[in-house]
Design a protein. Structure first.
Length: 220
């Protein structure tokens, strides 16, 4: 297995890279700024420069990767096209390149509440709507996928167990980015994670379960 991580210098992407390296999985990290990436990422990660908005850069960037993990995301800005471009068009470009390469598994970091048009987060240029469009494009692509919808992301890890449920069942809650990264990487190894949308938060009162149990409990 060789893993391609898009959004590798992001707060979640860098943790996905760490988790993969900790499991001895070779990583190709898609980065836009190589100097920034060298400061953030382990020297074991192979850095490839590219941009999800430049589809022609992606085929070469994917190289000999066999799986893709996508943790890109538009940053809040005054550009009303940001989420449309990064979260939808960029993901679509990556899906097309992954399909052309015969990628075995595509893991996508999405968000809770993507099905709620009137959610306040859509005030950020319809970000949830564009993420949902990206999800649907992945689901129709024919690629094997796992769509991971986390609650509010936290940089600090905590010992709280993960709660994992099916699409459109969790309305709020938060989760450390480290746990999101673990779920993304574990999904590559759990057959019951394939072709599923999973919503995740963490809660102190939740019962601790193995990743196998968590994925198996979500209907496909
Ligand atoms: N914040 C929350 O509470 C929350 C909750 C649920 C879901 N989410 C979603 O979870 C995901 C991860 O969030 P995060 O806060 O960890 O992300 P983040 O730190 O904002 O990182 C986003 C990454 O996307 C990359 N990126 C942006 N445009 C790109 C482009 N054109 N080509 C290639 N890469 C590009 C950025 O690259 P650079 O480093 O070069 O800028 C960065 O590495 C996002 O999709 C976010 O919407 C967030």
């Amino acid at each position: 297995m060789k893993a391609f991580v898009a959004g590798a210098t992001g707060e979640t992407g860098r943790r996905i890279v760490q988790e993969l390296i900790a499991r001895n999985i070779p990583v190709r990290a898609l980065v836009r700024d190589i100097a920034k990436a060298r400061e953030i990422l382990s020297p074991e990660a192979e850095l490839v420069v590219g941009d999800v908005l430049q589809p022609e850069s992606l085929t070469a960037a994917l190289g000999d990767s066999t799986v893709v993990l996508c943790a890109t995301g538009a940053k809040p800005s005054f550009d009303p096209t940001g989420p449309y471009k990064i979260d939808f068009e960029g993901t679509k470009n990556l899906v097309d390149a992954a399909k052309a390469k015969g990628i075995e598994h595509f893991v996508f970091v999405s968000s809770l509440c993507v099905s709620q048009l009137f959610h306040p987060l859509n005030l950020f240029w319809l970000i949830l709507l564009w993420k949902k469009q990206a999800e649907e494009y992945i689901q129709k692509s024919g690629l094997t996928y796992t769509i991971v919808r986390p609650g509010g992301l936290k940089n600090e890890d905590n010992p709280n167990p993960i709660v994992m449920q099916g699409a459109d069942t969790l309305l709020d809650g938060s989760i450390p980015r480290q746990k999101v990264a673990q779920v993304c990487v574990e999904s590559l190894f759990e057959s019951t994670a394939r072709n599923k949308v999973v919503e995740i938060i963490s809660k102190p009162e939740a019962t601790s379960k193995s990743f196998g149990e968590l994925f198996a409990n979500v209907a496909g």
